[in-house]
Design a protein around this ligand. Structure first.
Ligand code: GDP
Ligand code: GDP
Length: 442
């Protein structure tokens, strides 16, 4: 898994300014996915050959009615519990406040790698002047002068951070650890029934029993055999249970999902039938799409709604509408409590895992391309007809297709959607697909 780095600090010190500076390029890229509700509080960042996921804890307000001091402390606590390293941002012009000192103490006790920045020092002379004494008494090592707004000291800060990260593990670049096993991550807001579902699937209480608070930082994995296949189920509720703070922070379900998505093939997104598709559900679905993971949408607690078939269809339609950007994802109605349809979740997840690694035969792909161009001629772009020459599958997990054409930069979104839909239909792929457009060589 990529290391998780949290930015902590009290409000207004410049956390989100720093966050945006560190992930700028990536965010621009990600915005291409239409219709996805984006949460600006986490993003992948790359620096040289190291990749990490950055979280702005300013986005996670534990108790909105709590005092500032308590909020800041709890955010820092969350970061300490869940992340591999911490960027602690302070305001170098305002000096240390009580909230800063509380955070510093918490971080010091945690023993986690910490890099401290004194922000808003917008010129070198100010930087030299400000760093005389006070900050060093925090006992967190060097304090690095920073101007997030003017991009001063950013490189040094990141270098110091990377120095403190655990060394890059063998195979960190690899998509997954165990290539034979199918990785299924159970994600969702608190209380939608994730643990109940996992327990129902395992038909024993192993998930809960193996959980010893504070002993492991890692998500809770259970391995099972299903129809001759090895399946690793990851229960993100397990991560959350270890921390009473995280339990109160609903938005935290995104961080938990982030942690497990990287090494899973399929995300099973649970929603509560009695309060469906709220903002946070959409964010989790958007995360699965962004990470290019297969997705099963599970509407749980259906026992509380009843057995009316028409109701289910109406529900399905409404959901398809509000989650258009993952329209390919199958929807299952379950009751984890009674066990109704829980096997079906596993069935579909295993099937999607296969589609996720599907390789389409090249001759069939090229026949499809011919057919597509005949049935729906490519539009005129830049005053000339767009021409598609070849198609080839260049990757799996998710299936990725490269098309050569005359104007790769100018393929209209509508035409991309048309191609994607045709690929889905032809090969029966209910997983995210990626298209790359390339210029014809020569
Ligand atoms: P957050 O609440 O910690 O996320 O803080 P923000 O990133 O929203 O920044 C709070 C305010 O400080 C904004 O008005 C920023 O423009 C400003 N700010 C952030 N970084 C700098 C900096 O390096 N120098 C100066 N002068 N202002 C900054
Ligand atoms: P998690 O936080 O997502 O892991 O949710 P839990 O599995 O802890 O479930 C939260 C609450 O919802 C518990 O009281 C469960 O008994 C209840 N629950 C879970 N699944 C169902 C279901 O299908 N139907 C009903 N009626 N209640 C459920």
């Amino acid at each position: 898994m990529k290391p998780l780095v949290a930015i902590v600090g009290r409000p207004n010190v410049g956390k989100s300014t720093l966050f945006n500076r560190l992930v700028k390029r990536r965010l621009a890229l990600v915005e291409d996915v239409p219709g996805v509700t984006r949460d600006r509080h986490y993003a992948d960042a790359e620096w040289g050959d190291r990749a990490f996921t950055l979280i702005d804890t300013g986005g996670f307000v534990p108790g909105e009615k709590d005092s500032l001091l308590k909020q800041v402390r709890e955010q820092a606590q969350l970061a300490v519990e869940e992340c591999d390293a911490i960027l602690f941002v302070t305001d170098g012009r305002a000096g240390l406040t009580a909230a800063d000192q509380a955070v510093a103490e918490l971080l010091r006790k945690s023993g986690k790698p910490v890099v401290v920045a004194a922000n808003k020092l917008d010129s070198e002379s100010v930087q030299v002047q400000a760093l005389s004494g006070e900050f060093f008494r925090m006992g967190l090592g060097d304090v690095l002068p920073l101007s997030a707004e003017h991009a001063l000291g950013v490189n040094g800060l990141v270098e110091a951070l990377l120095d403190k990260l655990p060394p890059k593990k063998e195979g960190e670049d690899a998509e997954k650890k165990d290539d034979d096993a199918i990785g299924i991550a159970i994600i969702g807001r608190p209380n939608v029934g994730k643990s109940t579902l996992v327990n129902a699937l395992l038909k024993e209480k192993r998930v809960v029993a193996s959980e010893v608070p504070g002993t492991t930082r890692d998500p809770i994995d259970s391995t099972l055999e299903y129809k001759g296949k090895k399946v690793v189920l990851t229960d993100t509720a397990g991560i959350r249970r270890k921390s009473s703070i995280a339990h109160r922070v609903e938005k935290f379900s995104v961080v938990a999902a982030l942690k497990v998505m990287e090494r899973s093939d399929v995300a099973v997104l649970l929603m509560d039938a009695t309060e469906p598709a709220v903002d946070q559900d959409a964010k989790l679905a958007g995360l699965a799409e962004e990470k290019g993971r297969a997705l099963v949408i599970v509407i749980n607690k259906w026992d509380l709604i009843g057995t009316d078939q028409r109701r289910q269809e109406a529900f399905r339609e409404a959901l398809k509408h509000s989650l258009k950007f993952v329209g390919y994802a199958p929807i299952v109605f379950t009751s984890a409590l009674t066990g109704s349809k829980v096997e079906k979740v596993l069935d579909i997840a295993v099937e999607l895992a296969e589609q996720f690694r599907y390789r389409a035969p090249t001759p069939q792909l090229n026949r499809l391309l011919e057919h597509m161009v005949d049935a729906n001629p490519a539009p005129i772009v830049a005053g000339k007809p767009l021409r598609l020459y070849y198609i080839a599958q260049v990757g799996t997990a998710p299936p990725t297709f490269a098309l050569t054409c005359n104007y790769p930069q100018r393929v209209p979104d509508m035409y991309k959607r048309y191609i994607t839909n045709q690929l889905r239909k032809t090969f029966d792929l209910r997983v995210p697909l990626r298209l790359l457009f390339k210029e014809r060589p020569g």
